[in-house]
Design a protein around this ligand. Structure first.
Ligand code: GDP
Length: 169
């Protein structure tokens, strides 16, 4: 099957503070790759992966916004906000990212909050309960992941796709 043989195109945008692991969540999911060195290029990058839900092939186009606000240019997308469980400020800033998003997108979007780097359990500074409660209050799905050891990365993306799929009219 060719890469361009798909039934639906889903756009996912990963937003959140710099260094929380957005590009590694993207590379882990699409290529099963992880980089300890952050080798950031300027601007917005995306990668795609075809997945199957029910009888349909979904082309997932996932964007890493590199901390810029250029995601505004990406229309019709669904969003995931990521933070680093070892850095409380990156969790507090989710509020800012959500506001940016709600000011610049239509209200049909699906949201997921992702607490990344759970492999660093000994450095945890944002509790699962606190993050989960915040996600529930803000009507976001919630997952804790590790791009490093791949914990929950597939499951989190799959859950987003299923949520979007359910919303197809
Ligand atoms: P971004 O700026 O949000 O795109 O973050 P990056 O993906 O560039 O990651 C920033 C740094 O955190 C890099 O050094 C990564 O290797 C590291 N990193 C990303 N995800 C994880 C993770 O799940 N666990 C650990 N321990 N480090 C991670």
């Amino acid at each position: 099957m060719s890469e361009d043989d798909y039934d639906y195109l889903f756009k996912i945008v990963i937003i959140g503070d710099s260094s929380v692991g957005k590009s590694n969540l993207l590379s882990r999911f699409t290529n099963d790759e992880f980089n300890l060195e952050s080798k950031k290029r300027i601007g917005v990058e995306f990668a795609t992966k075809n997945i199957k839900i029910g009888d349909h092939v979904i082309k997932a186009q996932i964007w890493d916004t590199s901390g810029q606000e250029r995601y505004r240019a990406i229309t019709g997308a669904y969003y995931r906000g990521a933070f680093d469980i070892t850095r409380p400020s990156s969790f507090q800033n989710i509020e800012h990212w959500l506001k940016e998003l709600r000011d610049h997108s239509d209200e049909k979007i699906s949201l997921m909050l992702v607490g990344n780097k759970v492999d660093l359990a000994e450095s945890r500074a944002v509790s699962t309960e606190e993050a989960k409660e915040y996600a529930t209050d803000s009507e976001m799905l919630f997952f804790e992941t590790s791009a490093l050891d791949a914990t929950n990365v597939d499951a989190a993306f799959k859950t987003v796709f299923e949520r979007i799929y359910e919303k197809i009219p």
